[in-house]
Design a protein. Structure first.
Length: 247
């Protein structure tokens, strides 16, 4: 599975995201989050796929198993390359999500070639679980979420639950990628936001590293938003991320 830089397109309208992506000669792997999806609906996914982008649909589902299963069945029709749920929803919820996604994909007769990223189960999108948000600090974990174990241990345990449910990997900070790979094996994907080019502001993120450090720590995919989208020259910032992380 090739390493890649995923650009978090946290824009509020389709016009903004197209104007941003039109600056690139290449077709970067993009992440569509809640802001854009809630503003534009499924059409934004279809259009980005039509334009040749791989799409990570980052909606972080977290609800009762039956609801998540049905929602995933619907999302499977969009033929994205990657989508996700919160591991905190329990193993049962993650199993339901996987079932919805797998059955939905086979019912749609999804073309294996259409999902650019082949997953363990074949012609369905990769399904990964958010462990702990990269904006959450150890202090917040303890005081707000009432989990008293060290972050790294919590992330590794949630990753174990995700694997038990049959998922392909987790979302975590690059700082936790070594612990996840050590416990779950190198084939279990670590998709890592919380990445900043050297000198850029962390903003609301807590557990951050550079693309070069993420490579060193063994991340499989880095998710980069503001270091690219808010850069004076986004294309140069993207190329810098690729250079540090992939080359
Ligand atoms: O701008 P920045 O690089 O901080 O963007 C990170 C992106 O990754 C955001 O779209 C955010 O929603 C997402 N994300 C995250 N932490 C997670 C899961 C997703 O920051 N654990």
């Amino acid at each position: 599975m090739g390493k890649d830089v995923i650009v978090a397109c946290d824009f509020s309208s389709a016009e903004e995201v197209y104007a941003f992506l039109d600056r690139f000669e290449s077709r970067p792997y993009v992440k569509i989050g809640m802001e854009l999806f809630y503003a534009e609906g499924p059409q934004i996914v279809r259009e980005l796929k039509r334009r040749g982008h791989k799409v990570f649909l980052d909606l972080k589902l977290h609800d009762i198993p039956n609801t998540v299963e049905k929602a995933m069945r619907v999302l499977s029709g969009l033929e994205v390359d990657m989508c996700n749920v919160h591991a905190a929803g329990t193993v049962k919820m993650m199993e339901a999500a996987l079932r919805g996604l797998t059955e939905g994909s086979s019912r749609n007769g999804a073309d294996p070639g259409a999902c650019g990223t082949m997953s363990a189960a074949g012609n369905r999108p990769l399904l990964i679980a958010v462990t702990q948000l990269t904006s959450t600090s150890q202090e917040q974990l303890e005081q707000d979420i009432l989990i008293t174990q060290p972050m790294e241990q919590v992330v590794a345990s949630y990753a174990e639950h995700a694997k038990e449910a049959g998922l392909d990997g987790v979302v975590c900070s690059p700082l936790e990628a070594p612990a996840v790979h050590q416990r779950m094996g190198s084939g279990f994907l670590t998709v890592t936001p919380g990445v900043r080019l050297a000198g850029d502001a962390a903003g609301d993120q807590s557990r951050v590293t550079t693309p070069a450090k993420a490579k060193e720590l063994g991340s499989d995919y880095i998710v980069v938003g503001r270091s690219i989208t808010a850069a004076e020259d986004p294309v140069a910032a993207y190329e810098q991320c690729r250079k540090e992380f992939i080359e």
